[in-house]
Write a protein that binds this ligand. Structure first.
Ligand code: UDP
Ligand code: MG
Length: 326
C-alpha cells in the first residue's frame, strides 16, 4: 500500500498569536511522517479561518504561498468551532485518505499524530485522542468538563470520555459523516455513531501556547446545552415524570386538606393555594420552555440551511497571490 495522504485540519478563530508556531511545528511533523513512510508527500495541513477578526487569514494565506504543506480555507463568517471543523473535514475527505483534526493552540500533543497514523496502518478507521490527565486546565474547566461527560452518559449519549475533537478519521468515515445532514452537528456525539473499527491513543494535554481560550463560560454552556438537546429526549421525559409526581403529591395534599376540613381545624387555605399556584406555574413554565427548545430544533432542522460558506478556497483552487488580502 502506498503511503496514505493525510490532511491535518485546524480550525482557527483569532489565533494570530499562536499560528506561526503551529504552522512551524505541524509542517515539521508532516515532514517527519513523510520521512518515516507514514504519510504521503501529498499530505497537507488545512487551516480553516472561522471568520477571524485579526490577522489569522493573511498569516495562513501568505504561508500557503511559501509553504507547499500549508493550505487554507476562509469561511465567510464565524460559524463556531464545530462547523469550521466540518468545513475542513469535508474538504479533506475529497482529497485525502485520512484526516486528523486538531486545535490551533497546540494544547494537544501533536506527536500523537504519529500513533494515529500507525493505528490507521493497522486498519483502524477512527482513532480518538484521549486526554490522560488535565492538570493544565483550570479547576473550573476540569470539573465542568467532567460533569458534562457524566451527565451525557446518564442521558444515554455515547461519548468517548475525555476526548475532544483531536482524532483521525479515514476517508470512508468522513464520507459517512457527510450523510449526517442535521444542522446542529455535535461531532463528539456523532462520530461514535458512525461505527467502524476504532481505537484510542492516550496523551497529556498541555497549556495553550498563546492567546486566550475561545470557549468562555457562555459558549461552554451553549455547547453543553446543544449537546444534550440535539442528542437526547431525556430532559423532556424528566419534566413529564416531574409533572406526574407533582400531580400525585397534590392529590395527597387534597386528601389531607379534606380530612382537616371534616375532622380537624379548617385551614384558612391561603398557604396551600399560593404554594400550589407557584409549584404548578413553575412546572408548566419549565415544561413549555423545554418543549419550545425541541420545537426550535425542529424548526432549525427543517430549514436545511448550509452549515458554512467558503469565501476563499485555497485548498482545491490554484493559488493566486492577489487573494492574500489583509
Ligand atoms: N475555534 C473556532 N471557532 C470558534 C471558536 C474556536 O474555529 O468560534 C477554534 C479555535 O481557534 C481553536 C479550537 O476551535 O483552534 C478550540 O478552541 P479553544 O482552544 O479556544 O477551546 P478550549 O481548548 O479552550 O476548549
Ligand atoms: Mg484550546
Amino acid at each position: 500500500m502506498n503511503n496514505p495522504v493525510l490532511t491535518i485540519v485546524v480550525p482557527c478563530y483569532n489565533e494570530e498569536e499562536v499560528l506561526p508556531e503551529t504552522i512551524k511545528q505541524l509542517s515539521q511533523l508532516l515532514e517527519e511522517l513523510e520521512n518515516e513512510n507514514l504519510a504521503s508527500d501529498k499530505s497537507k495541513i488545512l487551516f480553516v479561518d472561522d471568520g477571524s477578526k485579526d490577522r489569522t487569514w493573511p498569516i495562513i494565506y501568505k504561508q500557503s504561498l511559501n509553504n507547499d504543506k500549508v493550505r487554507g480555507i476562509k469561511l465567510s463568517r464565524n460559524v463556531g468551532h464545530q462547523n469550521a471543523l466540518l468545513a475542513g473535514l469535508s474538504a479533506a475527505g475529497k482529497a485525502a485518505d485520512c484526516a486528523v483534526s486538531i486545535d490551533a493552540d497546540l494544547q494537544d500533543d501533536i506527536s500523537v499524530i504519529r500513533e494515529f497514523m500507525l493505528k490507521f496502518r493497522e486498519g483502524y478507521e477512527i482513532v480518538y485522542g484521549v486526554r490522560r490527565k488535565r492538570d493544565t486546565d483550570t479547576f473550573f474547566k476540569r470539573s465542568t468538563a467532567q460533569g458534562f461527560y457524566k451527565m451525557m452518559k446518564k442521558m444515554g449519549v455515547d461519548l468517548v470520555y475525555n476526548h475532544a475533537d483531536f482524532r483521525l478519521m479515514s476517508k470512508r468515515a468522513l464520507e459517512e459523516l457527510q450523510r449526517y445532514e442535521e444542522t446542529n452537528m455535535f461531532l463528539r456525539g456523532i462520530v461514535p455513531l458512525l461505527g467502524f473499527k476504532t481505537a484510542s491513543v492516550y496523551y497529556d494535554r498541555k497549556e495553550r501556547l498563546a492567546g486566550e481560550s475561545k470557549y468562555p463560560l457562555k459558549k461552554m454552556i451553549a455547547f453543553c446545552f446543544e449537546g444534550i438537546t440535539s442528542f437526547s429526549v431525556t430532559p423532556i421525559r424528566m419534566v413529564m415524570a416531574l409533572g406526574i409526581c407533582s400531580f400525585f403529591i397534590s392529590l395527597l395534599f387534597g386528601i389531607y386538606f379534606l380530612g382537616l376540613r371534616f375532622f380537624g381545624e379548617t385551614e384558612t387555605g391561603w398557604t396551600s393555594l399560593i404554594t400550589s399556584i407557584w409549584m404548578l406555574g413553575g412546572l408548566q413554565l419549565t415544561a413549555i420552555g423545554l418543549v419550545g427548545e425541541y420545537i426550535g430544533k425542529i424548526y432549525k432542522e427543517t430549514k436545511r440551511r448550509p452549515k458554512f460558506s467558503v469565501e476563499i478556497d485555497a485548498f482545491n483552487m490554484p493559488i493566486s497571490p492577489h487573494l492574500a488580502s489583509d
